[in-house]
Write a protein that binds this ligand. Sequence first.
Ligand code: ADP
Ligand code: MG
Length: 286
Amino acid sequence: MNDSAKENTRIDSLGLTLMFSELRMPAIKNTWEKFAEQADREGWPAGRLLWVLAELELAERGRRRIQRHLKEAHLIAGKSLSSFDFSAVPTISPSRVRALASNDSWLKGGHNVIIFGPPGAGKSHLASAIGLALVEQGKRVMFTRTTDLVQKLQMAHRELRLESVLEKLNRYDLLILDDLAYVRKDRDETRVLFELISNRYESRSLLITANQPFEEWKNVFPDENTAVAAVDRLVHHCVILEMNVESYRLRHAMKKKKEEGKKKRGRPAKYATENNSEGLTSKTED
Ligand code: ADP
Ligand code: MG
């Protein structure tokens, strides 16, 4: 290649890189030269080069989309299925939970999940972990405390924007309402919650965590009829997970304390020879 031909190639390269930048194709912009060289060296047909570059760009777009969806999901940081100890909740079938997390067909039918359990049982962890698995599969999820969402809906209702806000929420394949039972008993508040449930019925899924059984939900909605109507819609297509276990934190703390006690009691042999028995006694008892 003579000097002027080289100059032309260089100018073309810069121009092409700029065009990819303008076309917002960052993956191709950053890698096309490397692949073009490989294609020249190995005699690829032009179609193969285009295919490789298009695939790269699509993969990069998918990755960035998932990052965006993760950000908007507001999941609880660090809560995944791999960090969830299923042996602590014998009432829950791990395969059932994994099926919900790995197969999104229930979202397509607008089916729901309700997780019941006392405080500390692991409801929020499990809900967030299922949400995370679904986001990683390309689904749009939003995790919110029920009270926060209800307040937003209530404000929208006052400003005559409730319908458009509910419409916007429909872009999420799954809404996770954490701690339903903590909604205050207030007619206006609970009315918007009922509107949300009705709006999503059979089209968009809800995952609800609650520490009160259905019988107590009449305290969550303004009257018994609304409560029955809400429960009726929610359970029509629904998986119910019962976590009838004591607080995980409490059990964990008690187990740790027991183990510490055992360690201290098991320590004496070496310890006693190096220390006086008085010190040992006071250590064991604390
Ligand atoms: P809940 O929402 O039912 O009140 P959380 O999900 O907030 O309970 O759980 C309380 C804490 O205990 C969290 O830090 C959570 O990660 C942890 N936890 C609860 N259950 C489990 C479990 N089975 N495996 C691992 N961590 C758990
Ligand atoms: Mg919780």
